[in-house]
Design a binder for this molecule. Structure first.
Ligand code: MG
Length: 368
């Protein structure tokens, strides 16, 4: 089987509510999505998606994905898409770095490989758990009262996992953590996500003021050096998200004991092929995981769900479904959707959901 055509689509995905991170430092209203369709000489078509969370969140941006695909396409053309390692090496040698541009191609290749094998991607990767994965909400940086209202809104949709965004103001962060812990229900998973918003001293002040609560913090500071510098000075479990980009980061975090949890975002780390190695490093070192797309439609959420399904149930805390934050649906309600706060693995070969092509407009580029 050979890749015969790569078609690139550009779609804007508006967010239902404007979204703030790090105490209002970063605001987002619209996501720039790139959808990739790969045609093969066997007639099997695969779809991939790359949707960064704006261009100010991490070093990734929509136009960069489309430009990167243009650079890599001649080297991917003609390869067997089922041989995902061959495709990965072709992308890595034709464009070092730029992992976020590679993830949609990797995803489309896994979709094709799954369809060709007659298996869902998670099963092709070695075996997918059918235990539904809890969806984590995303509660933007707000006041105590607004935080309660947003969590309530998610609870009404069945959510039992919440990622509460904090960072930027020590006193306000302590107040919000204490208030959310006050209203936390039995069995709820709550992650306090700082999104790099604290300096080292701010992190230690909040962590020591909340140490009686035994709560988890995600990405408290900017870099792995910062997280290492505070790691011996607090007792809170830490998740690394934005600073986990490549396999070397994963091995460094595992070796030096910098975190108890990985927040794996598939677009940032370059797709399923690379993320599966991070999963294995995590499992080998007793590190649990949250899995997310980064942003995007139900396609991106579904890719994340496949990886999450390959993690033992006890080690996978939750997934995140960006689809619930969007005002447009490019797949007409198909694919894994929120059922009582959970996503269920699709029982069809490949990814399990494709977009409605007429919602995407004309391709912005076609490579043959
Ligand atoms: Mg995070």
């Amino acid at each position: 089987m050979k890749v015969t055509r790569i078609s690139v689509y550009h779609v804007y995905l508006p967010l239902e509510h404007p979204y703030w991170l790090s105490g209002g430092r970063l605001k987002f209203e619209m996501l720039d999505a790139t959808l990739v369709k790969i045609d093969t000489d066997a007639g099997i078509i695969g779809w991939g998606e790359g949707t960064p969370w704006g261009h100010t969140y991490v070093p990734a941006h929509g136009p960069g994905i489309r430009a990167g695909i243009g650079t890599m396409a001649p080297f991917v053309m003609g390869l067997d898409p089922r041989r995902v390692l061959d495709v990965e090496r072709a992308m890595d040698s034709s464009l070092p770095g730029h992992l976020y541009a590679k993830s949609p191609i990797d995803m489309a290749c896994w979709d094709i490989a799954g369809q060709a094998a007659g298996m869902p991607i998670a099963d092709l990767m070695g075996g997918g758990s059918r235990t539904p994965r809890p969806i984590a909400s995303s509660v933007g940086a707000k006041t105590v009262e607004e935080t309660r209202a947003v969590i309530d809104r998610y609870r009404q949709r069945g959510y039992t996992a919440h990622s509460v965004k904090i960072g930027g103001d020590v006193a306000r962060d302590i107040a919000r953590v204490r208030d959310v812990e006050d209203i936390r229900r039995d069995g709820e998973i709550i992650l306090y996500d700082v999104n790099r918003g604290w300096t080292r001293q701010q992190a230690l002040r909040v962590m020591s003021a909340t140490q009686d609560l035994s709560v988890m913090f995600e990405q408290p500071c900017e870099t792995l050096d910062d997280i290492a510098a505070i790691s011996g000075k607090h007792a809170a479990p830490v998740s690394v998200d934005e600073a986990l980009v490549n396999l070397q980061d994963a091995t460094c975090i595992a070796r030096d004991g910098l975190a108890e949890i990985f927040g794996i975002k598939l677009n940032r780390v370059g797709g399923l092929t690379k993320a599966a190695r991070m999963r294995d490093v995590a499992l080998a070192h007793g590190i649990d995981m949250f899995v997310m797309a980064t942003g995007g439609s139900v396609l991106a959420d579904t890719e994340a769900l496949h990886l999450a399904a390959t993690i033992p149930d006890a080690n996978c805390h939750a997934v995140w479904a960006c689809q619930d934050m969007l005002t447009v649906d490019i797949a007409g309600g198909r694919g894994p959707r929120n059922v009582d706060g959970h996503l269920h693995l699709p029982e069809v070969p490949g990814l399990g959901v494709h977009p409605d092509e007429d919602t995407l407009g004309d391709p912005v580029a076609i490579y043959t």
